[in-house]
Design a protein around this ligand. Sequence first.
Ligand SMILES: Nc1nc2c(ncn2[C@@H]2O[C@H](COP(=O)(O)OP(=O)(O)OP(=O)(O)O)[C@@H](O)[C@H]2O)c(=O)[nH]1
Ligand SMILES: [Mg+2]
Length: 550
Amino acid sequence: MSESDLADQSPQVPAALLKKLTQEVSKRRTFGIIAHPDAGKTTLTEKILLYAGCVDEAGAVRGKKSQRAARSDWMKMEQERGVSVTATCLSFDFQGYRLNLLDTPGHQDFSEDTYRTLNAVDAAVMVVDAVRGIETQTIKLFKICVERKVPILTFVNKMDRPGSDPLGVLTQIEEVLGIDASTMNWPIGVGADFRGLVNRETGEVLKFSQVQRGAVEVPVERTHLDETENDVYPPEVMQELKDEIELLEGAGAPFDLERFLSGELTPVFYGSALTNFGVEQFLHRFLELAPPPLGRESDAGPVSPTDPDFSGLVFKVQANLDPRHRDRVAFVRVCSGQFQRDMDVTNTRTDERISISRSHQLFAQEREMVQEAFAGDVIGIVNPGKIRLGDTLCVGPNFEYLARWNYAPECFIRIRCLDTSKRKQFTRGIEQLIEEGAIQMLQDDRTSAFEPVLGAVGELQFDVVQFRLEAEYSTPTRVDRLGYELGRWVHNESFDPEQFKLPMGSRIMTDQTDSPMILFENEWSYNYCRDQNPELLMRTNRPGEYGSGE
Ligand SMILES: Nc1nc2c(ncn2[C@@H]2O[C@H](COP(=O)(O)OP(=O)(O)OP(=O)(O)O)[C@@H](O)[C@H]2O)c(=O)[nH]1
Ligand SMILES: [Mg+2]
């Protein structure tokens, strides 16, 4: 989108301010990296940082002790297990752009965090494993992007692995995901023979040289499809390549910027994040293609990014991001206007004025004071306890950005604090982890504060809870699995359980916001309850929150 298009969105703003806002907004690229577990999101993130000049040497994701651990997987548990548990924000400048990159976890037990993070992005990079093709979590995340009209770029990763199938993956993207795919480049060789790429838009032909572990930028030699006589590839390889590219004309769709921006087509790039092949080329084209921040829907209508009044959306809360500070950080996506340090904002949920004294630009675990920020930026605000996940902060007239924040739990445990001298830390730890949104705390007259019931969408969240209580709050715990498989919030006003026929084995509890929830032993029991009680409104979202929760 051009600057003049952006400016058209806010006709009443003074010219000089509008110019500044428009310039700043047009420089922002805010995007999420999404995919099934292990596709290589964090590795690609690390290599983007390397090529953007943010790090001297890229950390290996599952590195040996002697290697530096990945920056993006900053949490101790992530480093120990080589799995991303929580979304990470990396904000940095590159070639005149301000990038806000969100590396998300792929595992379905952590997918809520990814869903929430997708509320903050303007584009998504979908990483596909060249051998495994399109996998289940990728399909789910893809659908969410389509629903939210987020344009998607595809990076077909792991082309260095034997069995990678560039054409097969292309067909799968079109057939399984139902989106047109356009190959922007094409690999030269696959598996151990993968050594270069042809740029299908310009005809440029590249040859890469390996560097150990892809820790530094790879050397590249360049030629052109028309130059059959060159020092880069022998003439017979060039001829083969020309033939192959000609054959490709019939595969996939031609690239069309408008169709990409409206989510009908995905440009496909091949490469290997491990060896760095294709990462630099992807990054450059990404910057040209990905859209700047656009207008956003609120309950008061669309809000333009160049609206002079600051507004922002809290899409993530994280406790102990930096163990030295031990504070809770609210991740705010700036949606309009100019954020300034020490600004007073209104939290539109509570109508309370909040003075934001500590605001940061985030680089995984690291942070730096931020003086000003514009639409598209993700900033970390030290949360004085007045900000919740999903809150809208603004300085102008009150409104709320609408999005989904909570998901119904499907597994439940009772957690006990094993060391009675640590009860204070235990309670504080549980409270802070609840604020992050990944677990719900449930109580009834059978529970005590030191043995609460927790619900989560995925079992692994409980491992994270235990690990973090121990690592961040020095609290050893024990958990007992409870035999429920489904929880539904009750939306009936003044809910009286006596008026309904609830199945044997179900249990009524209230969550940390006092909203009632019914726990069921299995899907059958839930369905039975629903059929028996047509008046009972059971939903997958918390009462009062956005979405139908059907
Ligand atoms: N051969 C090969 N391996 C790769 C490549 N990219 C990543 N890997 C490896 O794949 C594994 C998973 O990589 P990650 O980057 O952690 O994957 P992820 O998508 O971030 O995984 P989650 O965040 O846990 O969902 C690691 O062992 C990487 O070294 C690649 O291009 N080629
Ligand atoms: Mg990861």
